[in-house]
Design a protein around this ligand. Structure first.
Ligand code: GLN
Length: 447
């Protein structure tokens, strides 16, 4: 598959021919279920879009039954920015319903397969986006990351996935999951393409009140030769699988070989991240999902009266995982438990943020696992708690609002990719991409 950098140089005829071929290829790989719809809009370089980002006049459903029939009335800001840069939305990618999940199994459209092994999950929630790029069915894709949903599927599918600093990329037109954590970001074949797409979608937007209103670009200054101080976390990695530990050692050595200074640090037990995240995310999700009542958006199931219409619409429209989170979110926000759970989670969030700030007093970047294992097989995560625990290495980055990038490092003996992530200070995407380019060059991963 050509890279985004190469695709941006194609002329109109070349591009049209490329898109025709791409459609045929997607059709031939329908089993993968990476795309839920292909509908070339505009005449730019085709980019795959997660099904929770609005493209005007195109169905957008967050892979939920409740949003069947809903047509986006406007473009998300990222789509506007893409069009200005000569890119166009090409296909809709499968995802976990409302971006809740780590496997893409909770989608209304059925599961997506991992392009490296059909009996394994592609990760989630941006599993369709990652599988499309990993299978050579997209040049690049957009996903959203609330607790790892770009980085983890990227790692499982052997590609690059980047989560920007909170506020760098406008959330206008993104279907909200947990508004204080959500960020849109790129999934690409390599680090340079991720930087190119990040530059295109990031920047000021008055339509999002949490937007950072910063317009600096990374690609003009990309420098993989810059020598950096990089933290490694030996204690933190201890509970990961041997595959991940091997990749971690390999990457640590590669960073040393590239001339970076590697410094051993520690982060607090990640079990607190899981608790703080699942309380915060479900509390916000409950609030955000209250708008799906059958009156304003998508599907409605009529009842005898208004209340019954709400109940029937929501009971039939939402899947099990979404319902579980609505229940949990209401519980942690309810008057008897608000102080004990929600307020405590916010305090823990502060501690996590402070901990990162402390490490960043001495280093430029942190090297961390993305997931504890390679992509699990379908059905391997037996219950929701197993799935929540698999987010252990990604969620603190969202709680702290930091930028991070996942890139492929090795393959295990089954041929499954193992990715790791670099994490940077808030707003320091420049150093993040410089370090990631350096690691990518030194590791020289073959997909
Ligand atoms: N797996 C996490 C969750 O289910 C993260 C999802 C995401 O980043 N959207 O909440």
């Amino acid at each position: 598959m050509i890279t985004l950098k190469e695709a941006l140089k194609l002329n109109k005829e070349e591009l049209n021919k490329f898109k025709e071929d791409l459609k045929t290829k997607i059709e031939a790989n329908k089993d993968l279920n990476a795309y839920i719809d292909v509908n070339n809009i505009g005449d730019g370089v085709p980019i795959a879009i997660k099904d929770n980002i609005q493209v005007k006049n195109w169905s957008v459903t967050s892979a939920s039954n409740i949003l069947q029939g809903y047509i986006a009335p406007y473009n998300a800001t990222v789509i506007e920015k893409m069009s200005e840069a000569g890119l166009s939305p090409f296909g809709r990618c499968n995802m976990d319903e409302f971006a809740m999940g780590s496997t893409t199994e909770s989608s209304f459209y059925g599961k997506t397969q991992n392009p490296h092994a059909k009996d394994r999950v592609p990760g989630g929630s941006s599993g369709g986006s990652a599988a499309a790029v990993g299978a050579g069915l997209a040049i690049a894709a957009l996903g959203s990351d609330t607790g790892g949903s770009i980085r983890q599927p990227a790692s499982y599918c052997g590609i690059v996935g980047m989560k920007p600093t909170y506020g760098r990329v406008s959330r206008y037109g993104l279907g909200a999951y947990a508004s204080s954590l959500d960020q849109i970001g790129p999934l690409t074949q390599n680090v340079e393409d991720a930087a190119i797409l990040y530059d295109i979608i990031s920047g000021s937007d008055d339509k999002d009140s949490t937007n950072a209103k910063m317009d600096d670009k990374v690609t003009p200054n990309l420098n993989p030769e810059k020598k950096l101080r990089i933290a490694v976390l030996p204690q933190y990695v201890k509970d990961a699988s041997d595959d991940v530990k091997d990749a971690y050692e390999k990457a640590t050595q590669a960073l040393k070989d590239a001339g970076h200074e590697v410094i051993e640090c520690d982060l607090m037990d990640a079990k607190y991240d899981i608790s703080a995240y699942y309380i915060t995310a479900t509390a916000e999700a409950t609030t955000n999902l209250a708008r799906y009542d059958g009156i304003r958006y998508g599907n409605r199931v009529e009842g005898k009266n208004l209340e019954e219409t709400f109940i029937k619409t929501r009971s039939e429209g939402f899947g099990d995982e979404v319902k579980r989170r609505i229940l949990l979110g209401n519980f942690v926000l309810s008057s008897g438990y608000y102080e004990a759970y929600y307020v405590k989670a916010q305090k823990t969030r502060h501690i996590i943020k402070d901990e990162y700030a402390k490490i960043f007093e001495n280093v430029d970047l942190i090297l961390s696992p993305v997931a504890p294992t390679v992509a699990p097989k379908f059905g391997e995560l037996k219950n929701p708690m197993d799935m929540y625990l698999s987010d252990i290495y990604t969620i603190s980055v969202n709680l702290a609002g930091l930028p991070a990038i996942s890139l492929p490092i090795t393959k295990n003996t089954d041929g499954m990719p193992v990715g790791l992530q670099l994490i940077a200070k808030a707003y320091d995407e420049q150093t993040l991409f410089d370090g990631a380019l350096s690691l990518e060059k030194t590791i020289n991963y073959k997909g």
